[in-house]
Design a binder for this molecule. Structure first.
Ligand code: NAD
Ligand code: G6P
Ligand code: MN
Length: 441
């Protein structure tokens, strides 16, 4: 059986140890020869890599482990890149969230002005990683989950149309796990779903068990009463703020009770409520810095100090096994059905063909084949047209270095109240992002 070589780009990510533990758990399905960590912050990656190196030596000594900040070393002789970079790290996420709140606008990592600012930072560096991969390992595949995935996916579609890139998000997977638990199934894999939307902006409209029985009535009923709150808690999304998002899905679903929604729609439907609930001095970025980031880095440091990973609190990210499903689908032509962010091309028949949409796809060695979801209702279509225009304008603004288009993008965003607020926000975000954004004119 072939053994695969993988580069994790954004090696210093808070998610890296959980993903490595997940890869170890899945070695029988997906054998690995080498794992390389690549980052552009040597010190940050050093701590994560130091811990992971010892952990791997103890649990899977046959796997070669490399940490590097040299692109040639990182991207040579590999089969897959798993990319989860955060350009500007948590310091910039904090600004993405806090600057909009100054104007009474939702401050969120991937939605609205925060997501636009983050998108403007991410496009260049993600394209750079794709180019490294194509230069040093032209046959490899790039599995991207760096955010904001909607904007990154549109950028790769426009700027690298022939590259082997798959964009994926774990939110639908996380929600499906909660749905499955809410109706007494042991796994989301017992369900077959139909879904349409954009990334962090979509709806399930048909969910069946493997025999074809309709599960929607029970799921809809649960969501209309409890949102996605179930007795089985999500491990990854376990903080109180996530629980409140899962509960709010109840009100999001009320807009179209025939479907069940992605949790991220709360930022578009209830921005007033979200702003009211936000603490402008302590946002999700602060919560993560004080929580997941501290835990991961102190645990890695502990492993280094003790020279053993025994007793570590680092946890496997089981939920991330979709990344192995995706890599296997490509490697073994397994024709797995998965939700991916792909060029529409008729999958949603009454929607722009070049939009990057999130729909179920059959994935094999040639990449994804999107499944036809048919016509979507006017309500969702209207919302999606507005949102996809925002995403496309951001990518055009980046490519053309256009202040005007970025102002248009912010003005068009559903959660920005006026062109005046959009302009004030743009100027503020531009100032904060000077070193990351192209120079606009
Ligand atoms: P993090 O800041 O802990 O890690 C990101 C790492 O990327 C850092 O070590 C940073 O130094 C590195 N990096 C930044 N720019 C780089 C560049 N140009 N080249 C190489 N490395 C670079 O962030 P995190 O919270 O662990 O999240 C990582 C990413 O994964 C984020 O984009 C996050 O939004 C994304 N994410 C996506 C999903 C999804 O559903 N698609 C799920 C979880 C996380
Ligand atoms: C979900 C989304 C990701 C996002 C993450 C944020 O998993 O799909 O795109 O990055 O949540 O989680 P955090 O714990 O960092 O707020
Ligand atoms: Mn996501």
């Amino acid at each position: 059986m072939k053994q695969f070589s993988i580069t994790i780009a954004g090696g210093g990510s808070t998610f890296t140890p959980g993903i490595i533990l997940m890869l170890l758990e899945n070695l029988d399905r997906f054998p690995i020869k080498e794992i390389k960590l690549y980052d552009n912050d040597e010190e940050r990656q050093g701590t994560v890599a130091g811990g992971c190196r010892i952990l791997l030596k103890e649990r899977a000594p046959q796997i070669k482990f490399v940490e590097t900040i040299d692109p040639e070393e990182a991207f040579s002789n590999i089969d897959f890149v798993m990319a989860h970079i955060r350009v500007g790290k948590y310091a910039m996420r904090e600004k993405d969230e806090k600057i909009p709140l100054k104007y009474g606008v939702v401050g969120q990592e991937t939605c609205g002005p925060g997501g636009i600012a983050y998108g403007m930072r991410s496009i260049g560096p993600v394209i750079e990683l794709v180019d490294y991969m194509e230069k040093y390992s032209p046959d490899a595949w790039f599995l991207n989950y760096s955010n904001p995935a909607a904007i990154v996916a549109e950028a790769t579609r426009l700027l690298r149309p022939n590259s082997k890139i798959l964009n994926i998000c774990d939110m639908p997977i996380g929600i499906e796990e909660l749905m499955a638990a809410s109706i007494g199934l042991s796994s989301r894999k017992e369900m077959e779903v139909k879904y349409f939307g954009l990334n962090h902006f979509g709806w399930w409209f048909d969910i069946r068990d493997k025999e074809g029985n309709d599960l929607m009535p029970k799921i809809r009923e649960h969501v209309s009463k409890h949102g996605y709150v179930t007795v089985d808690e999500s491990k990854q999304h376990s903080d109180a703020s996530w629980n409140s998002t899962f509960a709010k899905a109840k009100d999001v679903q009320a807009l179209d009770p025939t479907t069940v929604p992605n949790t991220y729609l709360k930022y578009y439907f209830y921005p007033d409520y979200v702003v009211e609930q936000s603490n402008p001095d302590y946002t999700r970025a602060n919560e993560v810095m004080d929580g997941r980031e501290k835990l991961v880095f102190s645990e890695c440091q502990k492993i280094i100090d003790n020279q053993t990973a025994e007793g570590t609190e680092l946890e496997i990210d089981e939920h991330a096994s979709y990344i192995v499903d995706l890599a296997r689908a490509i490697a073994y032509n397994s024709k797995e059905r998965m939700l991916l962010i792909v060029e529409n091309n008729g999958a949603i028949s009454n929607f722009e063909p070049t939009a990057m949409v999130e729909v179920p796809c059959i994935v094999g060695s040639q990449g994804p084949e999107p499944l036809v979801m048919g016509e979507i209702p006017r309500f969702q279509k209207g919302l999606m047209e507005q949102q996809v225009a925002v995403e496309k304008l951001v990518v055009e603004a980046w490519a053309e270095k256009s202040y005007q288009k970025l102002w248009q993008a912010l003005t068009l965003s559903k959660i920005v109240p006026s062109a005046k607020v959009a302009k004030d926000l743009l100027d503020d975000l531009y100032e904060a992002n000077k070193v990351y954004w192209p120079e606009l004119s």
